[in-house]
Design a protein around this ligand. Structure first.
Ligand SMILES: [Zn+2]
Length: 473
């Protein structure tokens, strides 16, 4: 662990004593020769980035002066962007059905309580997969209360991405129906039954460090829920927190925006967006987080039950346990409720999801053209949407929806930092920001698939190749 405090001391020393403390005494790393994409939409060829004490101290073109004694890393011909930010993940979910018994019940073999206990005591299980996929920050937008401890514990850990977390979700779904995805240790989903409960949850979760209070669906006709939700909204304002809303249908999404939601998660997939939605989104100042690939992830998880889901992981970054679950998926086929209809169901689901994805893509294009901020987000942890590597599928899906690869870069970096309320710290290549960046072989502004050509990740000034396991001692 490297104390965050230590990052500041030498910089202060430099500013107040520049006559006596020559620059060369502070170790400097210079990345030289790459094409830089700063995350704000700007591009510099043959660029130079200077890094000291985990922070960016200079960014510019070839004319940028490199101090004597700097460690110069020649990245000529390569491409650098800020570290990617995945604005929608769940550390309480595994990428397979063991984390979602409501989707397929494997509890006889993999008891949910045990799975959750293991996740709570090893919250770092997916960190390396994120960093080695180029993701240097993630937003956990819903989980058990322990997820609220991750932002602090991950912050100065250079083997972890930065984390922001929302904690338990508030929902109109009756508590008894939620039992399957809660544990005896606590609830990640809490039925919102009264204004008092709503206020109490907002206060408690804010005190525990929640960045955002997530609402898991809006039941427009449930007056008890809606009254309680208004109390939540008021309390969120008092606590200087913000609302995150899961909304996949247009009416719910609009209501979320009227309530002032700052983050809208998932795409609207039931009908085309209309002008009213766009107006409301603009007024609310919302960030739209599309999670385009999570549905096909469910289809892939089902395919894994007959070993027909091949994980694309050339750098071998996915954690061994996840890989093992997916690769031994056939062991769980016995839990499939109607095996004789398996093939038919898979094909039917695939077709159904393709229809929803087409609507999601068309709506994303509309949001994009209206200039509403969009943040890259995967919903990783859901079955078939693996922590870390699913980012590439999502980037490609965004491009397929009609977003230019150049415009995807800020969505994949700066906008996620904005959603996490960390834009002052990371998300762009600017002087004073944390030195979180990635090095690519191929130009991401030509094709979003080129993010797959990542060779190195830098987190807090520490640069490492992504095709080699981290050396942790
Ligand atoms: Zn989610």
């Amino acid at each position: 662990m490297i104390s965050r405090f230590l990052f500041y001391i030498p910089l202060i020393a430099l500013f107040i004593g520049c006559n006596t403390a020559p620059e060369s005494k502070i170790p400097t790393t210079a990345l030289k020769g790459a094409t830089l994409f700063d995350g704000n939409g700007n591009q510099t060829s043959n660029g130079v980035i200077l890094v000291q004490e985990g922070r960016i101290t200079a960014v510019g073109g070839a004319e940028t002066e490199i101090p004597a004694g700097a460690e110069v890393i020649d990245v000529s011909g390569k491409y650098i962007t800020p570290g990617l930010v995945d604005a929608h993940v769940h550390f309480g979910q595994t990428g397979f059905y063991d984390g979602r018994p409501d989707a397929l019940d494997l509890r006889d073999t993999l008891p949910y309580e045990a799975v959750q206990k293991q996740l709570a005591s090893n919250p770092d299980r997916y960190y390396e997969a994120y960093l080695r996929s180029g993701v240097t920050a993630v937003y956990d937008v819903g989980g058990y209360e322990w997820s609220l401890g991750l932002p602090a514990s991950a912050e100065d850990n250079l083997d972890a991405p930065h984390v922001a977390a929302a904690g338990p979700l508030l929902t109109p779904v009756p508590q008894e129906n939620l039992a399957v995805i809660n544990t005896d240790q606590g609830n990640q989903l809490i039925q919102l039954t009264s204004p008092e409960l709503g206020r109490e949850r907002v206060q408690k979760q804010t005190a525990l460090g929640a960045t955002g209070i997530k609402i898991w669906m809006i039941a427009l006709k449930d007056t008890v829920f809606m009254n309680s939700l208004h109390a939540v909204k008021e309390e969120v304002g008092r606590q200087n927190n913000k609302l995150i809303v899961h909304a996949t249908n247009l009416d719910q999404a609009k209501e979320a925006l009227r309530l002032g939601a700052k983050v809208l998660v998932h795409s609207v997939d039931d009908q085309p967006l209309d002008d009213e939605f766009i107006d409301l989104a603009r007024k609310a100042g919302v960030i739209y987080c599309p999670t385009l690939v999570v549905l096909r992830g469910y289809n892939n998880a089902a395919k894994a039950l007959t070993n027909k889901f091949e994980v694309q992981d050339p750098n071998n970054v996915v954690d061994a346990e996840t890989k093992n679950r997916i690769n031994s998926g056939h062991l769980f086929f016995k839990y499939y409720p109607n095996p004789e209809k398996y093939e038919e169901n898979i094909a039917g689901e695939s077709e159904y999801y393709e229809g929803l994805e087409a609507m999601m893509a068309a709506n994303l294009k509309r949001v994009y053209e209206a200039g509403i901020p969009i943040a890259l987000s995967t919903d990783a942890g859901n079955p078939g949407t693996l922590h870390g590597i699913s980012i590439y599928d999502e980037l490609e899906a965004m491009q397929q929806a009609g977003i230019s690869p150049t415009d995807i870069i800020p969505m994949a970096t700066r906008n996620g930092a904005l959603a996490m309320e960390r834009a002052d710290d990371f998300g762009t290549l600017e002087v004073g920001k944390m030195a979180d960046l990635i090095v690519l072989e191929k130009d991401p502004s030509m094709d979003a698939s080129n993010f797959r050509s990542i060779t190195h990740v830098m987190r807090g000034g520490l640069i490492r190749p992504v095709n080699v396991p981290f050396d942790k001692d």
